[in-house]
Design a protein around this ligand. Sequence first.
Ligand code: ARG
Length: 389
Amino acid sequence: MIVPGYRDHPTEPWNPNSPADPGEAEDFLRQCYTENPRLGPVEPRLAIVRAQIAATGTYVHTTDELAHGARMAWRNASRCIGRLYWRSLMVLDRRRARTADEIFSLLVQHLQTAGSGQIRPVISIFAPAQPGREHARIWNEQLIRYAGYRTEDGRAVGDPRLAGFTKAVQGYGWRGKGEAFDVLPLVIETPGEGVRLYELPERAIREVPLSHPDHAWFTELGLRWHAVPAISNMRLTIGGVHYPLAPFNGWYMGTEIGARNLADADRYDMLPEIARRLGLDTSRESTLWRDRALVELNVAVLHSFERAGVKMSDHHTESQRFLTHIRNEEKAGRPTPADWTWIVPPMSGGLTPVFHRYYDELDLRPAFYLDEEAADLASIGASRCPHKL
Ligand code: ARG
């Protein structure tokens, strides 16, 4: 489905009923074992995997394969500017969890492991999809997101991006406070138990209230954001095996919050209010009041996270790191697939070195994909294209 303002994520159509592709398994294993000589020769492993696929339609990754596969998927994520640290991804093997309660408590653990100050990149990998069987899923696009409401007089409160999802969870009985930053419940669906809602405990949710180093009035806006971005609806695919439930997090780059979440006209749309408080002339575009307000909002985001001791990077630093990453990968003999439209930061693009060049556009695996069904569940809490067995 097309959500205005959001470009479709590239994805290969996925049939959860098809067996693991032996060719993809082999490609992955060869690369994984070449990159990790300590794992020993790949040939004996290939023989085992071929036999497992022939007998069961799929195969089971070793802990090392799982961890390296997840790191490769991050390395291949062409829209991510933060890939320099791909080797440091902490991989939590959660393949044994089955019930919604178990999954929920491991998601809380995930957020706690990611931390609340010195944020570390973590992925929790739950059971892979098995051909011919239903699998567990989370409907939420991120573990932490704010509800969006429309008041009776038509005003938007909270995050409009989540308005459809908010309506859906209200249909399941959830009631938010109706405020601008109500953390949404997690919606976990398992084959055995159906749909269940869970409220995250406070200890799992670190938030930063926003203030500005030079403008005391800024706190009156009542803005805040959560410390950890944790994408929870992308499918991780490694060597022909699909992990539909594999939430992962990094740390924020300031512009994600300051130049998108709080600034976009179809999100929190804060620029007109900030411009007014700054006393800018908003009667004409050519005063660049939007741009000036945008800079101050982003100053506030970076300042507040720093003051709170929560890890965050700025777009200049992160752009330089990304070029370092590309050079490292070149030295290792690998291309770095990248999507210019996502890599270039949403403000001051031309001030960052990532703007002034082209990139390889490749769809390499292992990879993270956003399936249409998962996108629908996250945006409207229902699916128009269910893969029913
Ligand atoms: N842009 C998304 C957000 O604002 C988060 C995407 C992942 N970001 C990251 N730094 N790992 O919530």
